[in-house]
Design a protein around this ligand. Structure first.
Ligand code: ADP
Ligand code: ASP
Ligand code: MG
Length: 409
């Protein structure tokens, strides 16, 4: 049986005419005798009626720290609504289809509400429906823990559902349909001359996704990579081929073209970050101060990032939602930190940049030419990131994109 998994994001499903386009895309594969599994996100974005954010806001109106179990049950409703509607739309065209929840699709996760990891997929039920000639529509983003509790897979997690099903069903490929042409050198909403990458390695897209390019969930890539299932990121509204994620591509004369990691793949950003700085040189007693600070934050369940420890100072970042709590924890240790509440991280990502001289110098040049202060920086073998004020984020992304000449010529 030839199986393809196609996932459609929220903006691709928001209106009946868009869902009709989705039905067209799926129907064209059925005509070729392919068995189709369709994974759906919740319809729309932000404050649209049945979008995930709407459910989250609704819950937070009742309680700013809602119970995680109930939060997951409510958050998962968006995918159920869109999946049921799409299934019904298939039937309206006389295309046999069936809707399955994450649990019914056999997606078994750990018990971590809000960010559960898929442990395994029991695809038996899906296969039975496919054999009966039905399109199987699966609610993305949701699963079932081994103790029977409903879980969600973290924001953007419908991509993860699609990948896990692609691997479990040994699909020919997985399509991630969204509202942009494919994976680009930067978010096209910020960088107008961002360029489409027609082919990209699993490694490259994984790094981009981990550094904030939310076009695909990083876990979706990690899962597809395990079985080398090709993954395409494509636009629902155009016929463009989008981006092929693989390590090789069929070329002329049946020769395989190897896709290599680029020096710089793209520029990413993450906002909603607060930077916390402790000037330990000013404290009366600095013995074991690092341990005290990080232990207290850990006990308060605060996740820290971008940690820089010097003999005279400690710097790190937290998610903006946790900044006030972190401040409180430090005050209880008699530490008055300096906090820069509105920060963003911009990063240049490129799996082959390691060992190439001059990359950091270009980063600094790009930002200083635009009068953007670097609050902190760091690097790994696949990226260099800089913390900047949130108000400078867009300008910084564009400046880096220009400096590394990533745009359309
Ligand atoms: P969906 O609902 O289809 O899953 P998402 O909003 O999760 O859509 O992801 C698509 C969005 O990712 C695009 O609208 C785009 O603004 C953003 N994006 C961020 N970085 C990139 C990038 N490098 N290439 C393409 N899109 C990007
Ligand atoms: N609806 C979920 C979210 O907004 C999952 C997804 O869209 O992939 O995060
Ligand atoms: Mg998404």
């Amino acid at each position: 049986m030839r199986i393809i998994v196609q996932k459609f994001g929220g903006t691709s499903l928001a209106k009946p005419e868009l869902r009709s386009r989705v039905c067209d895309i799926v129907a064209s594969n059925l005509e070729e005798g392919i068995s189709m599994v369709v994974v759906v996100s919740a319809m729309g974005r932000n404050n649209d009626a049945y979008a995930t954010d709407t459910f989250i806001n609704l819950m937070k109106e009742t309680n700013p720290s809602p119970p995680p179990r109930e939060m997951d049950i409510l958050m998962s409703c968006g995918e159920t609504i869109s999946g049921v509607l799409l299934t019904s739309q298939f039937w309206a065209r006389n295309i046999p289809a069936v809707f399955l929840s994450g649990e019914q699709a056999g997606i078994v996760t750990d018990g971590n509400f809000g960010d559960a990891h898929i442990l395994y997929v029991d695809a038996q039920k899906i296969l039975e429906h496919l054999k009966e000639g039905k399109v199987v529509v699966v609610a993305g983003f949701q699963g079932i823990a081994e103790n029977g509790e409903l879980t969600t897979l973290g924001r953007g997690g419908s991509d993860t559902t699609a990948s896990a099903l692609g691997v479990a069903l040994n699909a020919e490929y997985i399509d991630i349909f969204t509202d942009v042409e494919g994976v680009m050198t930067a978010d096209p909403r910020i960088v107008k001359d961002a360029r489409l990458l027609d082919a990209i390695t699993y490694n490259e897209i994984c790094q981009l996704a981990r550094e904030g390019a939310k076009v695909v969930h990083p876990r979706a890539i990690e899962i597809a990579m395990q079985k080398s299932i090709p993954l395409r990121v494509r636009c629902t509204f155009t016929d463009s081929l989008g981006t092929m994620v693989a390590n090789q591509m069929p070329g002329a004369d049946n020769r395989m073209r190897i896709i290599a990691d680029r020096m710089i793949t793209g520029i990413t950003y993450t906002s909603n970050i607060a930077q916390i700085m402790i000037n330990t040189g000013n404290l009366p007693d600095t013995r074991g101060i690092e341990l005290k600070v990080f232990k207290a934050l850990a006990l308060a369940d605060i996740s820290v990032d971008f940690i820089t420890v010097h003999p005279e100072s400690i710097r790190f970042t937290v998610n903006i939602d946790q900044a006030e709590k972190a401040q409180e924890v430090l005050r209880n240790l008699d530490i008055m930190p300096d906090i820069e509440f509105n920060c963003a991280k911009v990063a240049i990502v490129g799996a082959a940049m390691t060992g190439i001289p001059g990359v950091m110098s270009k980063v600094v040049e790009a930002l200083t030419e635009n009068e953007i202060t670097i609050l902190q920086s760091g690097d790994s073998y696949t990226n260099i990131w800089c913390l900047v004020k949130r108000e400078h984020m867009e300008k910084a992304v564009q400046a880096l994109h220009d400096k590394f000449e990533l745009g359309c010529k």
